[in-house]
Design a protein. Structure first.
Length: 309
């Protein structure tokens, strides 16, 4: 198998809202808020009109993108044996993703991410992790990991306790490890741990400019470049309108964004960028070609609603 993703198995529920809804519910536009209270989360969702329901989760979105590009892929993520759990599994199978997880009745329901799309195409996410956040080392299939060329992890999944042990088991059994830093809030919450992972455990790090700047408390992007050069590993940074850059040792490779796109929804831009890049990487394309593949995939996804092509 080319790539095995390990991440939060979350069902995406997409709704269109206006800016007032964001402010009235004390949400910060374009960020992700974690909900720990199931009833509070249900309350938020109850009056909204659902546009679309898709099996999501950041790394799962990337894995589906890689599958669509023709690579053999798999995914590990925890769901419960409930309606959303069944939908989740069906969604992956439909996309030719091998699902290395047997669902059972859990105390918590399958994770849900409410994606609120405002008229400016920005997305604000409200996530109730449910059982997805309770992943433990028994949920991680070490044989599947050993048979994969690369495992791809998400920062969203990292948390103290059981998830951390699941993460470590995956890393210790892997041939090569890639990880996405996922979200600025994620980076701020786990800064010392993420820094240790980036420096010592990961072969490939994916981040956007805000995340990597926050991780190393950089004052400008030159500091990010210098930090990445010293790592002697592969660091891939998306920079919004400035395109994307990959740093490997002394080599710094850049690519521009595609122009004149009709942007509808930025959900999944980073996930699909990682999909394109990893597809290039495992198929021995150059770093420049892999960056271009990532840009092409993210350009496609932002011209439609939702994080899947």
């Amino acid at each position: 198998m080319k790539i095995l993703g390990i991440g939060n198995a979350i069902v995406d529920v997409i709704c269109k809202v206006d800016d007032n809804f964001i402010s009235e519910n004390n949400l910060t536009k374009s960020t992700m808020k974690l909900f720990f209270d199931e009833s509070e989360f249900k309350n938020l969702i109850k009056n909204l009109k659902i546009e679309k329901t898709i099996s999501g989760g950041s790394v799962a979105n990337s894995i589906v993108g890689i599958s669509q590009l023709g690579d053999k892929v798999g995914f590990i993520g925890k769901v419960s044996d409930d309606n959303f759990g069944s939908k989740y599994e069906e969604g992956l199978k439909k996309e030719n993703v091998e699902y290395f997880y047997s669902k059972k009745k859990e105390e918590l329901p399958t994770g849900t991410c409410l994606i609120l799309v405002t008229p400016d195409s920005e997305r604000t996410m409200c996530t109730f992790l449910g059982t997805a956040g309770k992943i433990n080392e028994n949920d991680v299939d070490s044989n599947a990991i050993k048979k994969s060329e690369i495992i791809f992890l998400e920062g969203y999944l990292w948390d103290e306790g059981e998830p951390k042990r699941a993460f470590n088991k995956a890393i210790n059994n892997a041939n090569k490890v890639a990880m996405s830093l996922s979200d600025p809030f994620c980076v701020d919450r786990h800064k010392p741990h993420f820094l240790e992972l980036v420096k010592n455990k990961l072969d490939i790090t994916f981040a956007n400019e805000q995340e990597i700047t926050s991780l190393i408390d950089a004052k400008d992007f030159n500091e990010v470049i210098n930090f990445s050069k010293q790592l002697k590993k592969l660091v891939v940074v998306t920079r919004g309108e400035k395109g994307a850059v990959a740093i490997q040792g002394e080599e710094v490779i850049e690519t521009d964004i595609q122009q004149n796109l009709k942007i509808l929804d930025l959900t999944g831009a980073g996930d699909l960028f990682a999909a394109g890049f990893l597809h290039g990487h495992v198929n021995k394309l150059s770093i420049k070609e892999s960056l271009e593949k990532g840009t092409k995939m993210s350009s496609k996804v932002i011209q439609q609603i939702g994080a899947r092509l």
